[in-house]
Design a protein around this ligand. Structure first.
Ligand code: FAD
Ligand code: DLZ
Ligand code: SF4
Length: 518
């Protein structure tokens, strides 16, 4: 891949900007020539339907794309914007680039590297197909380059996020002392970030933006064209410009950042956002700059306005986890998506789409996913992800569900989180042990169990919390694959100490439970 030089003013470039590249700092926009180049943006049905994306995600992206195109025009760019219902819309990127080449007769096409392997494959064929140079340039919105990640990964037996994260702290100088030591003497304050919720807590709401005329048009379009897709289109309250996204981030810093760390893993019925930032859909679409927001958080810490565990916890999610999963994705694709360490093959139960289940925790997570296109990390990992893992759902089905239902989902970030972190389908490349738990963990970290038809304290039988027998069934079903995992040794010893009746009761209850899954 090459870095872009300032273009010759006589050269006419067609600059393609994809829907998750809505940043003025993209290198083709920094180095292009407004008087000659044409910016192309296209709404295409293939991108909305390769998985059945949540209606809110499609509306968010189309409206954000239209606003971004308007902002570029105001900046003096010539923008060719193709709407979904324009006559002759080809329905996919390749067809639309071909049509635009005919309209504008450029000398070359420039595109910032896409976030998904699928699209990269498409773009790599364009030069031959169209008989034009096609420059694919680096995406500078990320902190680690692909080369850096590759070098970091080379020769390591285990690719643990923690060590990569430390390199990113050094590289960005975030929360580092003048002596190049981590602020506070420790790299990671995660152990302080696992407080269960307590009664009487109040949670601020994320910033809500009233739909303007552009968004109203998009809502009508999405309502008409994608009525069969998952999720509620309205009420629609997402911001759709970088100003909105920055205001949403400011509100988070003001109202939630100080407590973000403490209650990062908590879950509360009817409280959908707690102290989370609710900014991933903005950041992943390009409306927020990751480094800038981390710098702001470090400044809040330096000014004494937020504690270190909150600032470090937040910064780690972005320069640590977010960068790390992207690195894994590009290192391991295209084979990564086919990994299935446990050979799990059950179809995804229908309640992942309908929320029609007696399990209060899953009902809450899926209902809010339907209504908001959002669930926070622990709901994704320890409720819907955990259940799919212990029930033995095919990880590809699980991956396709996560990619479809969240407003922030793009394969580069969703796939390693789902397939690797949540389903352990890569056999432990990403995580040191599977994130499998019984109902006990959910009961400790949430209030869901109080309102559940099942009894979290009952281990087996018709009224037992399904997570209890399924947890043991998962461990026993996969014992051959997990027996050498040092972090599971004590758990297997606990099983071996149980009497045979109890063991059989667990396995029988799990069998009954699995039979009801459709
Ligand atoms: P906060 O909790 O406020 O965290 C702040 C920011 O940190 C987030 O906005 C996000 O950009 C970043 N972040 C936190 N955790 C992660 C992580 N594990 N990986 C990458 N970035 C992280 N995140 C996505 O952006 N897109 C996805 O498609 C996605 N799919 C996921 C699937 C599963 C199964 C799991 C377990 C996690 C997934 N995540 C995904 C990570 C995480 O759940 C979301 O980033 C987070 O819930 C977004 O909400 P927030 O903005 O309120 O985050
Ligand atoms: C997710 C999405 C959707 C729903 N629609 C479009 C679109 O019409 N046009 C577009 O340029 N991008 C869209 N996207 C985002 C793309 O899927 C994303 O750019 C690719 O997956 C590469 O990451
Ligand atoms: Fe979920 Fe079990 Fe608690 Fe019900 S009892 S909410 S199924 S963990």
């Amino acid at each position: 891949m090459r870095l872009l030089r300032r273009t010759n003013a006589m050269t006419k470039s067609l600059i393609l900007i994809l829907g998750d590249q809505l940043s003025r700092t993209l290198s083709p926009l920094m180095t292009g020539t407004k008087s000659t180049d044409v910016v192309l943006m296209v709404e295409v049905s293939e991108e909305a339907t390769y998985v059945p994306h949540h209606k809110k995600k499609i509306a968010f992206l189309f409206s954000a794309m239209r606003h971004f195109a308007g902002a570029l025009k105001d900046d003096g760019w010539t923008v060719d914007y193709v709407k979904l219902d324009d006559d002759d819309n080809a329905g996919n990127f390749s067809g639309e680039v071909e049509r635009a080449i005919k309209r504008h007769d450029p000398d070359r096409v420039i595109v910032t590297e896409p976030g998904e392997w699928r699209v990269r494959q498409m773009i790599d064929g364009w030069s031959d197909t169209f008989g034009l140079p096609v420059d694919v340039v680096d995406d500078h919105r990320f902190i680690a380059t692909h080369d850096e990640f590759q070098k970091w990964a080379d020769g390591r037996k285990q690719l643990r996020m923690e060590y990569f994260y430390r390199d990113m702290r050094r590289k960005t100088d975030l929360l580092m002392t003048a002596d190049d030591e981590p602020e506070g003497g420790k790299w990671n304050y995660d152990s302080e970030n696992r407080k269960p919720p307590k009664g009487g807590m109040s949670f601020p709401e994320p910033l809500r933006v009233e739909p303007d005329d552009i968004t109203q048009d998009v809502l009508a379009l999405v309502g008409e064209k994608f009525s069969n897709h998952f999720g509620d289109l309205e009420p629609f309250w997402f911001g759709v410009t970088s100003d909105h996204a920055e205001a949403a981030f400011d509100a988070f810093v003001e109202n939630s950042l100080a407590t973000f760390g403490d209650f990062q893993d908590a879950m509360v019925t009817d409280e959908r956002f707690l102290y989370h930032a609710v900014i991933s859909h903005y950041m992943n679409a390009g409306l927020l700059d990751p480094l800038k927001i981390c710098q702001r958080v470090a400044d809040e810490y330096a000014a004494g306005r937020v504690p270190l565990n909150a600032a470090e916890g937040f910064i780690r999610q972005i320069i640590g986890w977010r960068e790390y999963v992207r690195g894994i994705y590009w290192l391991k694709m295209p084979d990564y998506v086919d990994q299935n360490f446990f050979e799990a093959d059950r179809p995804l139960p229908a309640f992942y789409w309908s929320a029609d289940t007696d399990m209060a925790c899953i009902r809450a997570a899926v209902t809010q996913t339907k209504e908001e296109a959002y669930a926070h990390h622990i709901q994704r990992l320890m409720i819907t992800g955990n259940f799919a893992l212990i029930a033995g759902i095919d990880p590809k089905h699980v991956h396709e569900w996560y990619l479809a239902v969240y407003a922030d989902a793009y394969e580069w970030v969703e796939l390693p989180n789902t397939l690797g972190m949540s389903q352990f389908a890569d056999g432990g490349l990403l995580g040191s042990k599977p994130y499998a738990s019984s109902g006990n963990y959910i009961n400790k970290m949430s209030d869901y169990c109080k309102g559940c038809r099942y009894d979290v304290k009952q281990k087996t039988g018709d009224d037992a919390c399904p997570f209890n027998p399924l947890y043991w069934d998962f461990l026993i079903r996969n014992r051959d694959k997990l027996k050498d995992n040092a972090r599971l040794g004590q758990i297997y010893r606990n099983w071996d100490r149980m009497d045979a009746d109890k063991q059989n009761a667990y396995l029988d209850s799990a069998k009954t439970c699995l039979k009801t899954l459709t």
